[in-house]
Write a protein that binds this ligand. Structure first.
Ligand SMILES: Cc1cc2nc3c(=O)[nH]c(=O)nc-3n(C[C@H](O)[C@H](O)[C@H](O)COP(=O)(O)O)c2cc1C
Length: 196
């Protein structure tokens, strides 16, 4: 009664959406990824910054290089998912701020002149954008399998550069056989929410 979103959409995005560990062979197209990003990009960030960067690993050679940097248990699913994306934070996101925040272009220098400040802001806001991206994957009728079990320095060296920090690797596709573990419990409202 309290939610205005259609219950079927609530299920698709949250209640019935699961983290997939296996996938079918059905490809994930660039058009689908674009539709996902064009939804996710509207999620809010501080100063309207946009530090998320997405590397789609489509080539067999790229996939092989990536799998080598994944932890043992993550390798089989990373090797077989129809699409794998590296989500990273751009620590030089401030260069785009004048265009993204036209009513306050000085924010670039006033707030983000120092690299350590930029790094912490990029990490937080790109992680938010990564979450919006995962919900976008679900909105496309697909399942996401986010992973941080990897050698971050190796992935950074292999696929990114010193200005880009890996945040997570996400397997994307239609869930396959035995795609998930049993649903684990969540904290209840009362355990999480306090009112002052
Ligand atoms: C940031 C992040 C990192 C994760 N890293 C891994 C990982 O390295 N390996 C893995 O098997 N699952 C990983 N997971 C999957 C979580 O364990 C899973 O999303 C969580 O248990 C909820 O599962 P459910 O969506 O099926 O309820 C990760 C999830 C997130 C969001």
């Amino acid at each position: 009664m309290s939610l205005v979103l259609d219950p079927a959409a609530q299920d698709l995005l949250f209640r019935e959406a699961r983290t997939a560990n296996t996938f079918t062979d059905e490809p994930v197209t660039d058009e689908q990824v674009q539709a996902i990003y064009d939804l996710a990009k509207f999620g809010p960030t501080a100063f309207n910054q946009s530090p998320l960067r997405v590397v789609l690993v489509r080539s067999a050679e790229g996939r092989e290089r990536l799998v080598q940097h994944m932890s043992e248990g993550n390798r089989p699913k990373t090797a077989t998912a129809p699409l794998v994306a590296i989500l990273a934070a751009d620590n030089e996101f401030h260069e785009e701020l004048p265009a993204l925040l036209p009513h306050f272009p000085q924010a670039k220098d006033v707030f983000f002149g120092e690299r350590p400040v930029r790094e912490s802001s990029a990490t937080l806001n790109a992680a938010l954008q990564a979450a919006y991206f995962i919900i976008g994957v679900r909105a496309a009728g697909l399942a996401a399998g986010p992973m941080t079990g990897y050698d971050a320095a190796g992935i950074q060296k292999e696929f990114l550069d010193g200005d880009h920090t890996p945040l997570m690797v996400v397997n994307i596709g239609k869930p396959g056989e035995d795609a998930w573990f049993p649903r684990s419990p969540r904290l209840s409202y009362d355990e999480v929410v306090t009112t002052v």
